[in-house]
Design a protein around this ligand. Sequence first.
Ligand code: SF4
Length: 427
Amino acid sequence: MEPASDPNLSVPQGGMRRASQLYLFSLQIEGEKSEEAKEVIPQVWEGVSEKEWNDWRWQLRHRITSLEQLKEIIDLTPEEIEGIKHSKGRLALAVTPYFASLMDPINPNCPIRRQAIPRIEEIHLSKSEMADPLGEDNHSPVPGLVHRYPDRVLLLVTDQCAVYCRYCTRRRLVGSNERSITQGNFEEVLKYLKSHRKVRDVLLSGGDPLLLENERLEEMLSRLRAIPHIELLRIGTRAPVTLPQRITGGLVRMLKKYHPLMISIHFTHPKEITDQVKRACNELADGGIPLGSQTVLLKGINDKPCVMKKLVQELLKIRVRPYYIYQCDLVMGTEHFRTSVATGIQIIEKLRGHTTGYAVPTYVVDTPGGGGKIPLQPDYVVSRGRGKIVLRNYEGKVFEYPEPNIIEFKKTRSVGEEKAVPKKVIA
Ligand code: SF4
C-alpha cells in the first residue's frame, strides 16, 4: 500500500467510500447457504501502509470511537445510531480498524457488527439484570483481585480492551478510564497472595492484559512467578481476535519465560478466524503456550449448532482447544443477547458424538451472585436400576451398562492375624 497522505488519518474526510473486498477464505456453514467470509479493508484506510496496519499500537490509536467514524465505513441502521448515541456512560464504543474491517457494511446482522456496535436494545433493562452479575465485587479482598474459589484468583490488571463487546460481563468496569492497575494496588495484591498459600493459580484478566506493554506485563508475571506456591499463570484475552497484530515475536519470547502459562482466548464466531488470527494463534502455540477458547452464547450470533460446530472445528485447526461455552450473564442491557439455557444444551447435544471430542467445550452457567460455574449437558441417562444403568448415545440408541459388584474388605482382627470379611455392595 502507498503511505497515508496524513499519517494521523483514522477516517478520511472524503465521505462514504465503500470497502475494497479482499476474499481471504470461504466460510461454508453446514445446513446454511454458502457465505463468503471476507476480510475487508475499508477504503477509508486504503492509504495506510502495511507496516502501520500491522502495528498493534497504530490499531489501538486509530480505534473507531464515534458515530461519525462508523458512518464512514458502514451503513448504520436507526437502531444502531440510537444505540451509539446512548452508549456514553454505559459502555464505551471502541473498535479497532482491523476488527471493523471484518464487518459487513450492509448487513446489520453481521456477527462481528452485532458484537461491537451498540444497539438501542441496550437501554432496556430487565428486572433480573445486575451491574455485577457474578458478585465479583463481594469477593474482592484487595482492589483488582477477585478470590472466589479456594485455590485460584482472578487479577484484573487493566480496564482497557481493544474492542468493547456489547455483552461484556464487566461492563461496569471496562473502558471507563483505560488504565492499568496502579503500582500500589499491585503491591497489595502481591502481599495478599504471599500470605494465602492455598492460592496456586492466578488468572490475569481485565479488560485485556495483552493491551499492556511487554515490560509492564513482564513485571507482573515475573513477580507472580516468584511466589513459590503460585504454580500456574493464566491470561484471559481477546486480543488475538480483535487485535491479532499484538501477538508479536517479542511478546511470545517474553511469555515463554513464565511457563507453565496458559492463555484463554475469547472467540465468538467462525468469521473471526482470519489469516491474521491463525498466524497469531500459531505463534502462541509455537511458544509452547496451551490455548483454550471461551465463547459466550449469543442470540442471533452463534446460537445455531451449525455455527458453533464450525467455530469449534476451526479452532482445533489453529491449535485452540474449545474450552467453555458460557451462558450469557445477567448483565445490564444485554437481554437481547441472551438465549434460553435449553439452546446451550441443544448445542452440546449436536456436538458431542458428532465431532471430535477435543472440539466439544463445556457449557456452563456462571451462577448469579458468585456461585461459580455449573456445567450443563444433555441427559444421557435413561434410567438407573439395581446393578445397571441405562444410557443413550448421541444417535439416541439405548445401551445398558452393568454396574460392578464391589467387594469391600473389612479388616477384622482374629487371633494373631488379619482376616478379610467380604461385604457385597450392590450399586
Ligand atoms: S474483551 Fe472481554 S473484558 Fe473486554 S469488553 Fe470484551 S468481554 Fe469485556
